[in-house]
Design a protein around this ligand. Sequence first.
Ligand code: DCP
Ligand code: MG
Ligand code: MN
Length: 336
Amino acid sequence: RKAPFSEDNPNHDLCDMLTELADYERNVSRNIYKYNAYRNAATALAGHPTRIQSGEEARKLNGVGAKISKKIDEFLQTGKLQKLEKIRDDDTNTAIGLLTRVSGIGPAKAKQLVDAGVKTIEDLHRHEDKLNSHQLVGLKYFEDFEKKIPRHEIEQTEEIIKKEIHELDPEYLITICGSYRRGQLESGDIDVLLTHPSYTSTDGNARRSQLLKKVVNSLVSKKLIIDTISLGDVKFMGVCSLDKLKRDVRHGHARRLDIRLTPHDQYYCSILYFTGSDLFNKNMRAHALQNGFTLNEYTLRPVGSTGIPGEPVVVTSEEDIFEYIGYPYKKPSERD
Ligand code: DCP
Ligand code: MG
Ligand code: MN
């Protein structure tokens, strides 16, 4: 569930309408294609500096097609959208929408729960046996995870994480990515990207599992990490809080924390991926494909006429990736 668009955006009501439709398509219809279409349109409108006057005007924007422009007309003329009114009136939709707000509960699980009569947060507490460990953590911190994290708090967390990890080993490279790196004033979670010069993509598993686990253990013993959802060799998902660390933070909120470990030679593809936004990544990957490259969170590889990707190209900065695929460079703050 993405943040509502800022109130000072002249089209924020249209953006909110499109976002609500997007969430419905993802969570209830499970139509990712439509979900992307609505989100693309909302992003286009959010970037438009003046109030849109008609569907026709909106259609000129990249990402707004015929069907969405009709909905914009209806909304501008009547102040609402019949389709949304119907969606909101259906209790099953509402329940699925609510349950998917719990971290770890996806659309399929939500549907299953609602079919079994579990429709509210109180219901979930009575049916904890139906939840896996991730979903239990999501339920435990349901209210906290709904709250956005102010930039200042991520800065404080960044400082603690860097100090702690560098005490373990000063060679770790640590970058907070996600919406924070895109310069947003508040974020849904904290996304930490980690690498170490001694760890490359040709190294075995033993080395990398130690690199991440050492870091997680030390942050647990410092009481920054207060819960674990999952810990693999290269990915940690969990919960952090400044409660026990900062005198001025009395009743700090529990925050979702993600840590990814990446080989040193894949750092820039990882940074690009983990900085997002997810929509920006999708569009950039599509552009890469059109220009004969396949891009993912690990590598950038040329794809010839055979369709089989070749060896990864050497990437020494984020700019390199844009240049290879002929995409005008975008600063992190321009990647929403
Ligand atoms: N990502 C992606 N595709 C996904 C999920 C994530 O490309 N399906 C990438 C882009 C995201 C980044 O990972 O920017 C971090 O994921 P988050 O879900 O934490 O998203 P953000 O940090 O962008 O936003 P938020 O403030 O909600 O955390
Ligand atoms: Mg994030
Ligand atoms: Mn994240």
